[in-house]
Ligand binder design. Structure first.
Ligand code: NI
Length: 208
Protein backbone atom coordinates (compact mmCIF):
# COMPACT_ATOMS: atom_id res chain seq x y z
CA UNK A 1 0.00 0.00 0.00
CA UNK A 2 2.33 2.75 -1.18
CA UNK A 3 1.43 6.36 -0.68
CA UNK A 4 0.86 8.15 -3.96
CA UNK A 5 1.94 11.68 -4.93
CA UNK A 6 -0.69 14.30 -4.16
CA UNK A 7 -1.27 16.69 -7.05
CA UNK A 8 -1.35 20.40 -6.32
CA UNK A 9 -3.44 23.30 -7.53
CA UNK A 10 -2.71 23.84 -11.21
CA UNK A 11 -2.80 20.12 -12.01
CA UNK A 12 -5.72 19.55 -14.41
CA UNK A 13 -6.99 16.60 -12.34
CA UNK A 14 -8.21 19.09 -9.74
CA UNK A 15 -10.23 20.98 -12.32
CA UNK A 16 -11.74 18.02 -14.17
CA UNK A 17 -15.04 16.53 -12.94
CA UNK A 18 -14.56 12.92 -11.84
CA UNK A 19 -16.53 10.06 -13.38
CA UNK A 20 -18.73 7.66 -11.41
CA UNK A 21 -17.18 4.29 -10.60
CA UNK A 22 -18.84 1.79 -12.94
CA UNK A 23 -21.05 -0.87 -11.37
CA UNK A 24 -18.93 -3.93 -10.80
CA UNK A 25 -15.64 -2.04 -11.02
CA UNK A 26 -15.41 -1.81 -7.23
CA UNK A 27 -14.48 -5.48 -7.14
CA UNK A 28 -11.46 -4.91 -9.40
CA UNK A 29 -8.10 -5.23 -7.65
CA UNK A 30 -6.91 -1.90 -9.07
CA UNK A 31 -9.85 -0.07 -7.50
CA UNK A 32 -9.33 -1.76 -4.13
CA UNK A 33 -5.60 -0.94 -4.36
CA UNK A 34 -6.47 2.65 -5.18
CA UNK A 35 -8.62 2.89 -2.05
CA UNK A 36 -5.87 1.32 0.09
CA UNK A 37 -3.31 3.69 -1.40
CA UNK A 38 -5.54 6.71 -0.80
CA UNK A 39 -5.93 5.76 2.86
CA UNK A 40 -2.16 5.36 3.16
CA UNK A 41 -1.57 8.65 1.35
CA UNK A 42 -4.03 10.55 3.54
CA UNK A 43 -2.48 9.20 6.72
CA UNK A 44 1.10 9.81 5.55
CA UNK A 45 0.19 13.43 4.74
CA UNK A 46 -1.57 13.86 8.12
CA UNK A 47 -4.78 14.72 6.32
CA UNK A 48 -8.34 14.00 7.41
CA UNK A 49 -9.68 13.45 3.91
CA UNK A 50 -8.54 12.71 0.37
CA UNK A 51 -10.41 12.53 -2.92
CA UNK A 52 -9.30 10.43 -5.92
CA UNK A 53 -8.60 13.48 -8.15
CA UNK A 54 -5.98 14.52 -5.57
CA UNK A 55 -3.94 11.48 -6.57
CA UNK A 56 -4.66 12.15 -10.24
CA UNK A 57 -7.49 9.63 -10.62
CA UNK A 58 -10.74 10.93 -12.11
CA UNK A 59 -13.14 8.71 -10.20
CA UNK A 60 -15.90 9.68 -7.78
CA UNK A 61 -14.37 8.31 -4.64
CA UNK A 62 -13.03 9.78 -1.41
CA UNK A 63 -11.77 8.62 1.97
CA UNK A 64 -11.75 10.39 5.31
CA UNK A 65 -10.81 9.79 8.92
CA UNK A 66 -10.08 12.05 11.87
CA UNK A 67 -8.15 10.73 14.82
CA UNK A 68 -9.27 11.14 18.38
CA UNK A 69 -7.98 14.49 19.57
CA UNK A 70 -9.30 14.67 23.11
CA UNK A 71 -10.78 12.17 25.49
CA UNK A 72 -14.28 13.50 24.97
CA UNK A 73 -13.81 13.47 21.21
CA UNK A 74 -14.50 10.02 19.73
CA UNK A 75 -12.89 11.05 16.45
CA UNK A 76 -14.28 10.16 13.05
CA UNK A 77 -13.73 6.56 11.94
CA UNK A 78 -12.35 5.67 8.54
CA UNK A 79 -14.83 5.98 5.67
CA UNK A 80 -14.52 5.26 1.96
CA UNK A 81 -17.37 6.78 -0.06
CA UNK A 82 -17.96 5.92 -3.72
CA UNK A 83 -20.27 7.78 -6.12
CA UNK A 84 -21.56 10.07 -3.38
CA UNK A 85 -24.64 12.26 -3.48
CA UNK A 86 -25.06 14.94 -0.83
CA UNK A 87 -28.28 16.50 0.36
CA UNK A 88 -27.84 19.52 2.64
CA UNK A 89 -29.92 19.40 5.80
CA UNK A 90 -31.60 22.53 7.05
CA UNK A 91 -29.62 25.04 9.03
CA UNK A 92 -27.57 28.16 8.49
CA UNK A 93 -24.20 27.92 6.81
CA UNK A 94 -21.31 27.62 9.26
CA UNK A 95 -17.90 29.23 8.76
CA UNK A 96 -14.74 27.46 9.80
CA UNK A 97 -11.12 27.19 8.74
CA UNK A 98 -10.06 24.80 6.02
CA UNK A 99 -6.85 23.72 4.41
CA UNK A 100 -6.24 21.30 1.55
CA UNK A 101 -3.47 18.81 0.85
CA UNK A 102 -3.50 20.06 -2.76
CA UNK A 103 -3.14 23.70 -1.69
CA UNK A 104 -0.31 23.39 0.82
CA UNK A 105 0.23 25.84 3.63
CA UNK A 106 -2.90 27.97 3.15
CA UNK A 107 -5.90 28.36 5.40
CA UNK A 108 -9.15 30.16 4.79
CA UNK A 109 -12.64 30.51 6.21
CA UNK A 110 -15.19 28.50 4.26
CA UNK A 111 -18.98 28.39 4.68
CA UNK A 112 -20.47 24.89 4.73
CA UNK A 113 -23.81 23.30 5.50
CA UNK A 114 -23.86 22.18 9.16
CA UNK A 115 -25.18 18.74 8.19
CA UNK A 116 -25.53 16.74 4.99
CA UNK A 117 -27.19 13.46 4.09
CA UNK A 118 -24.63 11.22 2.40
CA UNK A 119 -25.69 8.54 -0.05
CA UNK A 120 -23.39 6.36 -2.09
CA UNK A 121 -21.55 3.07 -1.83
CA UNK A 122 -18.92 1.75 0.53
CA UNK A 123 -15.83 -0.01 -0.80
CA UNK A 124 -17.66 -3.35 -0.88
CA UNK A 125 -20.46 -1.88 -2.95
CA UNK A 126 -22.95 -1.75 -0.11
CA UNK A 127 -25.33 1.24 -0.05
CA UNK A 128 -24.47 4.09 2.29
CA UNK A 129 -27.09 6.45 3.67
CA UNK A 130 -26.27 8.54 6.72
CA UNK A 131 -26.25 12.09 7.99
CA UNK A 132 -22.88 13.71 8.66
CA UNK A 133 -22.82 16.73 10.97
CA UNK A 134 -20.29 19.20 12.31
CA UNK A 135 -16.66 18.63 11.33
CA UNK A 136 -17.58 15.41 9.49
CA UNK A 137 -20.09 17.34 7.37
CA UNK A 138 -17.35 19.85 6.53
CA UNK A 139 -14.93 17.10 5.49
CA UNK A 140 -17.55 15.39 3.34
CA UNK A 141 -18.49 18.62 1.55
CA UNK A 142 -14.82 19.49 0.93
CA UNK A 143 -14.08 16.04 -0.54
CA UNK A 144 -17.31 15.97 -2.53
CA UNK A 145 -16.29 19.28 -4.07
CA UNK A 146 -13.00 17.74 -5.24
CA UNK A 147 -15.03 15.21 -7.26
CA UNK A 148 -16.69 18.12 -9.05
CA UNK A 149 -13.54 20.12 -9.77
CA UNK A 150 -14.18 22.60 -6.93
CA UNK A 151 -11.58 23.56 -4.31
CA UNK A 152 -12.15 25.38 -1.03
CA UNK A 153 -10.88 28.65 -2.47
CA UNK A 154 -13.90 28.63 -4.79
CA UNK A 155 -16.20 28.47 -1.76
CA UNK A 156 -14.61 31.33 0.17
CA UNK A 157 -16.60 34.52 0.43
CA UNK A 158 -13.85 36.76 1.77
CA UNK A 159 -10.25 36.34 0.66
CA UNK A 160 -9.13 38.56 3.54
CA UNK A 161 -9.27 35.38 5.61
CA UNK A 162 -6.82 33.57 3.32
CA UNK A 163 -3.49 33.14 5.08
CA UNK A 164 -0.30 31.14 5.12
CA UNK A 165 -0.23 28.67 7.98
CA UNK A 166 2.37 30.43 10.15
CA UNK A 167 0.70 33.81 9.81
CA UNK A 168 -2.72 32.24 10.32
CA UNK A 169 -1.56 30.62 13.54
CA UNK A 170 0.09 33.82 14.73
CA UNK A 171 -2.50 36.41 13.83
CA UNK A 172 -5.81 34.76 13.12
CA UNK A 173 -6.46 32.07 15.70
CA UNK A 174 -6.15 32.21 19.43
CA UNK A 175 -3.00 34.32 19.23
CA UNK A 176 -3.61 36.98 21.83
CA UNK A 177 -1.37 39.23 19.76
CA UNK A 178 -2.71 42.42 18.33
CA UNK A 179 -2.78 42.05 14.60
CA UNK A 180 -4.86 41.96 11.47
CA UNK A 181 -7.55 39.88 13.16
CA UNK A 182 -8.14 42.69 15.61
CA UNK A 183 -8.32 45.20 12.80
CA UNK A 184 -10.85 43.10 10.99
CA UNK A 185 -12.92 42.70 14.12
CA UNK A 186 -13.19 46.45 14.21
CA UNK A 187 -14.76 46.24 10.78
CA UNK A 188 -17.56 44.14 12.21
CA UNK A 189 -16.38 40.81 10.87
CA UNK A 190 -15.66 39.35 14.28
CA UNK A 191 -18.20 36.59 13.81
CA UNK A 192 -15.85 35.14 11.24
CA UNK A 193 -13.10 34.80 13.79
CA UNK A 194 -14.94 33.11 16.59
CA UNK A 195 -14.96 29.71 14.98
CA UNK A 196 -11.50 28.64 16.07
CA UNK A 197 -10.40 25.47 14.34
CA UNK A 198 -12.77 22.75 13.35
CA UNK A 199 -15.15 22.15 16.24
CA UNK A 200 -13.28 24.70 18.28
CA UNK A 201 -9.94 22.96 18.09
CA UNK A 202 -7.50 25.51 16.74
CA UNK A 203 -4.54 23.20 16.21
CA UNK A 204 -4.85 23.83 12.52
CA UNK A 205 -3.48 20.48 11.43
CA UNK A 206 -6.61 19.40 9.60
CA UNK A 207 -6.16 19.39 5.87
CA UNK A 208 -8.46 17.69 3.46
NI1 NI B 1 -8.73 19.22 -0.39
Amino acid sequence: MPARPIVRLGHPALRTPAQPVAPGALALPEIQELIDDMIETMRAALGVGLAAPQVGVGLQLFVYEAALREERDPGIPLHAVINPMLTPQSGEMVYDWEGCLSIPDLRGLVPRHPAVRVRGLDRLGRPLDYVAAGFEARIVQHEFDHLHAVVFLDRMRDFKTLAFYDEWERYMVGGGEAGPAGDLEDEGEDELYEAGGPEGDPDGTEVL
